[in-house]
Design a protein around this ligand. Sequence first.
Ligand code: PFF
Length: 453
Amino acid sequence: MTNIKKSIHGEWSSRTAFILAATGSAVGLGNIWKFPYITGENGGGAFVLVYLLCVALIGIPIFIAESMMGRRGRENPVNTMLNLSTEANTTPQWQYVGWLGIIAGLLILSYYSVIAGWASAYVVKAFVGDFINTDAAQVQQLFDQFIKSPLQLIFWHSVMMLTTLIIVARGVGEGLEKSVRFLMPSLFALLILLLMYAMTTKGYFQGLHFLFNVDFSKLTGKGVLIAMGQAFFSLGLGMGCVMVYGAYLPKDISIAKTSIIIAAVDTVVALLAGIIIFPIVFSNNLNPSAGPGLIFETLPLAFGNMTGGWLFGVLFFIILVFAALSSAIALIEPAIAWLIENRNLSRKLASLYACTASWGLGLITIFSFNVWSDIKLFGQNLFELLDFLTSNIMLPLGGLAIAVFSGWLMNAQHSQQELNLVSDNHFKIWHFLIKYIAPIAVFLVFLQVMGII
Ligand code: PFF
């Protein structure tokens, strides 16, 4: 028996379809908005190095494990974990890993949609010419005024959540495949164009130095946790989303190869974003640790001062919105799959419930930038807390559980069969990474942050 259950969702039409959907889920605001700003807040080079190590040693093995478990379990993350724990003769409590993922997805989408809303508001700002010939102070003011207005933020958040709802209610089908097929090359082309602009700025080498000069004295223990959390966030790992996408995977596709391709594309896009943003930061004497507004305070300067910048600015923010949407639909899919399979809801109703819940939660993030900006716990505002809890605690915990389950509890023959690797050695390398390296690394990072080591 090669799999214990046939997927009730249908399957991807081809390997390319899966690669496109999974890349669409991986590449998003995490690469272009979040990676640069947290790199800026955590001192640059050393943070980037730890991030890359986390992607290679923890992220890729867990990505492989999560898609493999999804394809074998073939349902929403809760049922998949139940199916797999029955097969492995172990406790059904493992289903809580699925629950953790569903909740993390709803929470992340709540703020993801708010930030995607910022990007869509910036499409309009670019279109009406707000960036033309502006300087750093004006761009900063534009952003500050914008996030101080709860009504505007609510409006754009609602537009994004509604769009997500419309797409997911119709089902993850051809539309997604087509849009990602067009999206990734366009995003890439615009990034290359922006890179060319960055190379002409006077801060180019300073930017590169900031990103790639490894100086561990600038990295704190918490920075290490944030780098690891970002590896999970950016690959879309540890929350069952790769698991549901894996559940739609046909048998004959090589999971390992596709996972490595997806991780490579994701990493290249994040690094490109950094190589673009930091030269602009240093050329304009901006602060690299400006926080979540960083790309909104730097990129408009590039568009405002380059030839053809009006057009490229509009296109760039449109594409960023699309990239965010293709991740948003992945974030909500575990919850929807659960509602359909376990509550017998129609896809439309399931989508409506899940999106409404996430929309409501999004108000917390919106208010944390204005009316509730004074509310702080452990020195962090509500958005920062939500992000910390999900990216840096829930996703790594989910990932740790996936690594332990697939490395220690699942029958190695089953995973070998499922992964179907050409060589035994490749399987052995993966098995070693997932059994020892990934879980120990995640565990050590947690211990280190709690001050235990
Ligand atoms: N990977 C996405 C990004 O980097 O923007 C965010 C994300 C998507 C996180 C899907 C988690 C997920 F399941």
